[in-house]
Design a protein around this ligand. Sequence first.
Ligand SMILES: [Zn+2]
Length: 113
Amino acid sequence: MRNKKQPVEKHPIHVKSGDRVVVISGKDKGKVSSVKKVITSENKVVVEGANIVTKAQKAQGGNQGGLIKVEAPMDSSKVMLYCSACEKATRIKYEVIDNKKVRVCKKCGEKID
Ligand SMILES: [Zn+2]
């Protein structure tokens, strides 16, 4: 029997740190916020103020332990880029302007980068 390993399919993440995005599924659906962090290896993003989970934190150093609220990473497919011109979530396309690849809104052509 052949035991062929499936190659890991890498999906480039369509957003990057600092992008304005709209959450399109989950409990924060509809929320517009910005990307705090992109975890490429897991295809996940951390969005400011979205997907908040409560974590127990141990007392450490001078800090008292307790419950803290942190943004949990969510799947990058759950966010879409936000176009400030359309004022809604949008699909993007890539265009080359001045030899630079930039992302533009598919609907209105607004440059997002
Ligand atoms: Zn637009």
